[in-house]
Write a protein that binds this ligand. Structure first.
Ligand code: SF4
Ligand code: SF4
Length: 386
């Protein structure tokens, strides 16, 4: 998912309005997951480990539009699962664009070329293609050969049709900085913007060995940025977020900045971490105990430096301190010298594990829905026969 922070005046205007209204917590990007089903099974994915009955569920187009209206964020990112599997995806995107939402459709691109006709180029729409690195690296990350070539071909086809395309890369431990730098050179050749984020250590991801810890993340990004001096890598991030990744800013996350809505409801507290669900956006904002989440507060947040938690923090920091933001963008990312001190982890509360409980609850709702639908169908049939 790539979010062109500050590249659009409307986002800056929205931020300023929230500040003038004195709002403490407000959303910047709605993370809309209309389905969890995917046509890949990446080793670092924490989104697809559900029973079939849940993977078969879809949010309706109306539910998607209602979520966007309810939350009011100026941008909607559509990850998943794989959104292009959703039969109504063209309609969903059209409805969001009609609402003048900036839409980032996140896709692994396997279906992109085939489905381009569902969409129309618009300044409000961009595709964000999942590409974790160069050919061998990406194909290994997604556990399937040939995916890199198909994604690159789809990027070219979409660009040729006038669509804006970015790529999003999740970075894991063991990815050499030199290779990441070559991958970033490739994005320049392809003429696409890029967003990069260290992978969040999803508890349900099949590969638990390769998530980066905070120290390794900062060191790796410093090495990568040092190689980028003088190059034209087009990051879809604010300078302060990149500076944070390089260990030069001490930030706490802003979990409500990118709230997630999926088939379970509004996810507490953030896109990465499912610790319960609210029925409405208002309920999410009012009933989540925000102070109990974040690095240093909760074990599951210990190594998180993901953009969906920290980009909104960086955006607010830039708004509150534009001179600092300007200085970082003029100076570039500092890749040497001491880093800011690490957050104290000694008082974090222990992790709670409620995944199975949530899945069981959803499954029993699905069974009830199905039983009700069957009853209604039988009643209709009986009344037609009578
Ligand atoms: S493409 Fe995305 S949603 Fe699908 S398995 Fe990979 S990481 Fe998960
Ligand atoms: S640190 Fe913040 S953004 Fe990251 S998982 Fe925890 S609550 Fe979510």
């Amino acid at each position: 998912m790539a979010i062109p922070f500050f590249k659009e005046m409307r986002i800056g205007g929205y931020l300023l309005k929230q500040k003038l209204l004195g709002r403490k917590r407000y959303p910047l990007v709605l993370m809309l997951e209309p389905l969890f089903r995917c046509n890949l099974a990446c080793v670092g994915c924490g989104k697809i480990d559900y029973p079939d009955a849940i993977l078969n569920r879809r949010m309706t187009a109306q539910e998607c539009w209602d979520a966007a209206d309810e939350c009011g964020a100026p941008m909607v990112a559509i990850p998943g699962g794989e959104p292009l599997i959703h039969k109504e995806i063209g309609e969903i995107v059209r409805g969001l664009v009609a609402r003048k939402k900036f839409v980032s459709l996140c896709t692994n691109a396997l279906l992109l070329e085939k489905k381009l006709d569902l969409f129309e180029p618009s300044p409000y729409l961009f595709f964000s293609v999942h590409l974790d690195g160069l050919r061998d690296h990406h194909d290994k990350a997604v556990s399937q050969k040939g995916v890199f070539d198909r994604a690159v071909s789809a990027i070219k086809a979409a660009k040729a049709r006038g669509f804006t395309v970015n790529v999003n890369a999740t970075i894991f431990d063991g990815h050499p900085a030199e290779e990441i730098a070559k991958f970033l050179d490739l994005t320049v050749e392809l003429g696409v913007g890029v967003s990069m984020s260290p992978g969040y250590a999803y508890e349900r991801a099949p590969d638990q060995e390769h998530f980066l810890n905070r120290t390794k993340t900062k060191k790796l990004f410093r090495d990568v940025f040092a190689m980028g001096k003088g190059k034209k890598w087009n990051f879809m991030h604010s300078g302060l977020f990149l500076d944070f990744l390089a260990g030069n800013q001490e930030y706490e996350c802003t979990p409500w900045g990118m709230p997630a809505r999926n088939i379970f409801g509004w996810q507490k507290p953030c896109y990465l971490l499912g610790e319960g669900y609210a029925k409405t956006f208002k309920e999410l904002m009012d009933t989540t105990d925000w102070d109990t989440y974040g690095t240093g507060k909760y074990e599951k947040c210990a190594d998180c430096m993901a953009h969906c938690g920290y980009e909104p923090t960086a955006a607010t920091a830039a708004l509150n301190n534009p001179l600092k933001a300007m200085w970082v963008s003029l100076r570039g990312i500092k890749t040497t010298g001491p880093m800011v001190p690490e957050i104290d982890m000694s008082k974090q509360r222990p992790a709670q594990y409620i995944f199975s409980e949530q899945v069981q609850k959803k499954l029993s709702e699905i069974r009830k829905d199905e039983a009700l639908a069957a009853e209604q169908k039988a009643a209709r049939k009986a009344s037609t026969a009578a």
